[in-house]
Design a protein around this ligand. Structure first.
Ligand SMILES: [Zn+2]
Length: 318
């Protein structure tokens, strides 16, 4: 029978076990692995999976355009002392190789997109136009890998797995923790994907799933959730498109009955504003397509960024 005395005895035993464990266990003095990351999405995932065993430093701050980034002298120092580097890859951090060379970094560089089959895109403004008769489009358009795989939360799972494996390879003693945190995180990502599917299925009929964003960053997202996308700027640059490109976009919006167009945080907003005005449609909101939002904002994490984007897109197209 359970009595107060047996309870107290049990407590005493527990205290004894705990104190003896404390005495025989070696002092835990883990020096965190110095990890440097190439963008804010990879940084957030690394921190989630690495926990206290890593000290992760991101070369980019939220709101900085990764395509246009110019490394600073401080980055050379950060890289020179890194034990592990994790980048997105697929050309997202086009400046990384030059920086690694300058810093003399010869350690491991892990690409979070490793194993993902990249979608291709034209690195050319003309890709929105159908080729003219007899015109071989491939002959004058260079196809490159689209690096924005993180805008698919399904690919986000692969990012998490690659980052988990990279951390285990760098710090095998922490393997158990990396595995359990990654498993919990992947479960969260899958839940967010299910939520997004439901949000879009219940609130946006297929005919409304047409997205105009500042730059061409949502191919992977569009594939996952059945959207048609158009953008005045290519994925890799943020420049003023031609009058012909803009006219074609306005025609598309009018013809397809698109309800809203989207700005991007940290990017030039004029082009999209001009399109909205000319097409007579509203600005559906601001999206985070190249990285997480500022600390403290709902988009400050990878998951928060994705959820914010889905909510903004669904709201802006309803
Ligand atoms: Zn981008």
């Amino acid at each position: 029978m359970f009595t107060l005395r047996s309870f107290l005895n049990a407590l005493a035993c527990l205290a004894l076990v705990l104190s003896s464990t404390a005495i025989i266990a070696p002092a835990v003095d883990v020096t965190p692995v110095r990890v440097v990351t190439g963008n804010t999405v990879v940084q957030d995932i690394a921190v989630r999976i690495g926990g206290e065993r890593i000290q992760a430093t991101c070369l980019l701050q939220p709101g900085i355009d990764p395509h246009a980034y110019q490394p600073v002298p401080e980055d050379v120092k950060r890289l020179a002392s890194a034990q592990l580097v994790i980048i997105n890859g697929l050309g997202f951090e086009g400046w990384f190789e030059g920086l690694a060379k300058e810093a003399g970094y010869r350690g491991v560089v892990v690409r979070a997109t490793s194993g993902i089959t990249p979608l291709k895109m034209a690195d050319d403004h003309d890709h929105d136009h159908p080729p003219a008769a007899g015109d071989d489009a491939a002959s004058h358009e260079a196809l490159v890998d689209d690096p924005h795989a993180f805008n698919s939360i399904v690919h986000g799972v692969r990012y998490a797995e690659n980052i988990r494996d990279a951390l285990i390879a760098a710090d095998a003693t922490g393997a158990e923790g990396y595995r359990s945190r990654a498993t919990a995180y992947v479960a969260e990502l899958r839940k967010v994907d299910a939520w997004a599917k439901k949000e879009i299925a219940t609130k946006l009929p297929p005919a409304s799933r047409k997205l105009i964003t500042n730059h061409d960053a949502l191919q992977y997202f569009a594939k996952d959730y059945g959207f048609t996308i158009r953008a005045p700027n290519t994925a890799l640059e943020d420049s003023q498109p031609s009058a012909q490109d803009l006219a074609a976009l306005v025609t598309f919006i009018t013809r397809e009955g698109v309800k809203g167009v989207f700005l991007e945080v940290g990017k030039n907003q004029k082009v999209v504003e001009q399109i909205a005005q000319e097409a007579g449609v509203r600005i559906g909101g601001e999206l985070y397509l190249d990285g997480v939002g500022p600390a403290g904002s709902p988009a400050a994490t990878y998951i928060g960024m994705f959820q914010t984007n889905v909510t903004t897109i669904v709201g802006g197209l309803q």
